[in-house]
Design a binder for this molecule. Structure first.
Ligand code: SAM
Length: 347
C-alpha cells in the first residue's frame, strides 16, 4: 500500500550533523571502491556470467576515495564502510584505509569482504587503521559454497574469520544472504556458530536487483530463521548496533549464547524510516536510496571538497519519503527498474 506523502523538510548540514528532508540523521557512508570481484555470487550480479575479470579498471583513485571520505565526514558522517565488488582486490586498499583512518572525526572504519584474502591480509588491514570487518559467508558446506560463489573456497573464508578475530578486527560480523532452496537448510548450523563464540551472524533477505528473472523463487522471509532458532533455545532480544552507528539489523541471542543473531529484513519489513546511510557507487555516483534510480555524480567535483559536499546534499534532496515506500515487498521489487547490480553499489 502506498501511503500519503506528507510534509518535506530541507536538508540540514549544521554543527556536524546531517539531516535529510524527512528528519533522518545521515551518519554512515558506504563507499564501493571497485566493481571487480574474485567471486561471482549467484545473487549479487544480475547476470551470473558477468565475469568479474571482464570488469573495467577502478574509477575511484586513492585520492578520490579520500576526498569523498573527507567531504562526508565534514558533513557529519562518522562511519565509513568500504565495499565493492571485493574491496580487497584493490592493490592500493591499504593506502585507502590508512588515508581514511587519519580523517579527524571518523569514528568507525569498516570493510565488507568475501573473506577469501583475509587469511593473508587481516593483520595488515588492522595495522593500516581498519576497525572491523563484515564477512559474507552463505554456506558452511564446501560444495554449496562453491555453487553459490561460483568457485570460492570455503576453507579460505573460515581461516580468514579466525585471522580477523586474532587481528582484532572485531566485532566480526558474518553476513548470510538467505536463499530459498539453496542455503535455508543450513540456518541451524549458522545459528549454532553463535552458541559458544562471540560472533555475530546476520541473516539478510535476498534483494533482487536489475530485474532479475525468477527472483521470487529465491526469496525467503527471515521469520524462518526465528522459527529454526526457537527450536534450539528461547530467543532473547540483544543490544543493537548503536556503538557502530546504528543499523537496520534486529539482534537476538539464544538464551545463554555468547554470540548474536541479526536479522536484516530488507524486504519483508523494510526499515526506510530508520535509514541513516548514503552509498557511493564504484564509479563515483551517490545513490540517495538503495533502490532509487536517481544518482548524483561526484567525479567531476573531486578537486573541490566544498563541491563534493554540495553534491552529497543534492543527493539527500532526492531521498525517498519513507512513508511512500510500499509495505508489500513483491510490489516494491516489481517497481525497481534499471537499477545496478549489487557489486557496483556495494550492497
Ligand atoms: N565482496 C564483498 C562481499 O562479498 O561481502 C562486498 C560486496 S557485497 C555486494 C556486499 C554485501 O551485499 C554482502 O554482504 C552481500 O551478501 C550483500 N548482497 C549482495 N547481493 C545481494 C542481494 N541480492 N541481496 C541481499 N544482499 C546482497
Amino acid at each position: 500500500m502506498v501511503k500519503q506523502i506528507n510534509s518535506r523538510g530541507k536538508v540540514q548540514a549544521m554543527s556536524g550533523r546531517l539531516i535529510d528532508p524527512y528528519g533522518r540523521e545521515i551518519s554512515y557512508l558506504r563507499l564501493s571502491v571497485t566493481e571487480r570481484c574474485n567471486l561471482s555470487c549467484i545473487y549479487c550480479s544480475a547476470n551470473p556470467l558477468e565475469c568479474a575479470k571482464k570488469m573495467g579498471k577502478d574509477l575511484l583513485t586513492v585520492e578520490s576515495c579520500l576526498a569523498i571520505g573527507q567531504a562526508a565526514v565534514e558533513l557529519g558522517m562518522t562511519k565509513i564502510r568500504l565495499t565493492g565488488g571485493e574491496p580487497l582486490m584493490r592493490a592500493d586498499i591499504l593506502d585507502i584505509i590508512s588515508g581514511l583512518s587519519a580523517i579527524p572525526g571518523l569514528k568507525d572504519l569498516s570493510l565488507t569482504t568475501n573473506g577469501i584474502f583475509l587469511d593473508d591480509m587481516a593483520s595488515e588491514l588492522a595495522s593500516a587503521g581498519l576497525h572491523r570487518v563484515n564477512i559474507s559467508l552463505d554456506s558452511l558446506e564446501e560444495a554449496n559454497f562453491q555453487r553459490i560463489t561460483n568457485g570460492g573456497k570455503l576453507q579460505s573464508v573460515l581461516k580468514g574469520i579466525e585471522k580477523s578475530i586474532e587481528a582484532g578486527l572485531t566485532p566480526v560480523k558474518i553476513n548470510v544472504v538467505l536463499l530459498k532452496g539453496i542455503n535455508d537448510h543450513e540456518i541451524e548450523r549458522f545459528i549454532a556458530m553463535t552458541a559458544d563464540r562471540d560472533l555475530c551472524v546476520r541473516f539478510i533477505e535476498y534483494m533482487p536487483m536489475k530485474k532479475e528473472e525468477g527472483w521470487r523463487k529465491l526469496f525467503l522471509p527471515l521469520e524462518k530463521v526465528i522459527e529454526v532458532a526457537e527450536k534450539f533455545a528461547p530467543l532473547v532480544a540483544a543490544e543493537s548496533d548503536h556503538n557502530h552507528g546504528g543499523g537496520p539489523a534486529r539482534y537476538f541471542r539464544l538464551e545463554g549464547a555468547k554470540g548474536k543473531i541479526g536479522l536484516i529484513t530488507a524486504l519483508s519489513c523494510h526499515f526506510c524510516d530508520r535509514c541513516n546511510r548514503l552509498r557511493v557507487t564504484s564509479d563515483g555516483k551517490v545513490k540517495p536510496c538503495l533502490f532509487s534510480i536517481d544518482e548524483v555524480d561526484l567525479r567531476p567535483f573531486l578537486d573541490s571538497k566544498e563541491k563534493l559536499k554540495e553534491q552529497f546534499i543534492a543527493a539527500l534532496e532526492l531521498r525517498t519519503d519513507p512513508r511512500t515506500v510500499s509495505d508489500n515487498p513483491f510490489g516494491r521489487m516489481e517497481e525497481v527498474k534499471g537499477a545496478r547490480s549489487m557489486r557496483q553499489i556495494g550492497g
